[in-house]
Design a protein around this ligand. Sequence first.
Ligand code: CP
Ligand code: NVA
Length: 306
Amino acid sequence: MKRDFLTICDFTTKEIDSLLIRAKELKSMQKNRIEHPALKGRTLGLLFEKQSTRTRISFEVAIIQSGGHSIYLSPNQIQMGRGEEIGDTAQVFSRYLDAIVIRTYSHHKIEEWAQYSNIPVINGLTDRHHPCQVVSDMLTIMEKKGRLRGIRIAYVGDGNNVAHSLIEGAAAMGMEIRLASPKGYEPDKAIADKGRRLAKETGAIVEILQEPHDAVRDADVVYTDVWTSMGQEGEEENRKGIFRGYQINRELMGRAKDDAIIMHCLPAHRGEEITEEMVESPQSVIFDQAENRLHMQKALLEMLLK
Ligand code: CP
Ligand code: NVA
């Protein structure tokens, strides 16, 4: 049976724990230049309908370093751009490729890909979820804080794809997550409810708030993302006004624990959701997060293609 990775909830807590252990091992192997060709003879497709720096490059490098091959595809280069259906394209891809990483708009589209593919489908970001980002962020938190269980995350900003995957990740790993978003920009209620249900089993806490100060109080991790995601460019000016009070800055960080870390999935808009000072602060682990995408991608591919 092929396995997909469309949302964090596709994996159990135990599986995420194994991924974290394996990513740490693979990271140390890479630092020691120990080769591990887990994807030898395998070819993966990367189909991206939106721009990407980290997701695309970390997957491509992970595949190369694991001894496999990747083919980067954009919809305009293939017949999909002329209207060939997802179902047909997915069945054809399944005859050539061993797995496919997809970055698209609607989450329903990636579910359709998964339905018609006989190969693992990996979500490289949709409008609702960004699971690859969040599993690798769990590795970063683990490295910096030594554990996940009981760690308090504050997420300040838009209740978007990254926020949704963080809710699911925190709930699965027994963490406390408090999200502060302006009214009307909260995370999706169905995802928050699912997170709360899972939290009951794992001892996690999921709270949806409005006031950034309330979310950040005594936090171990303070996380933010852009106010305007890809595909929402037309709302940018309006959002700048609505989100003005939702910035990670020195004053807000004063509410968190003294040793709190600052996280951002990148790309960042300095002066909007985070100040330049906070991106560059010694508390910032933002570039470690970007690096860990590579190590976690390797662990993920190894697990899905075993
Ligand atoms: N964080 C992240 O997914 O970055 P890219 O959009 O550059 O892939
Ligand atoms: N929320 C952002 C994340 C980018 C990695 C977006 O969807 O554009």
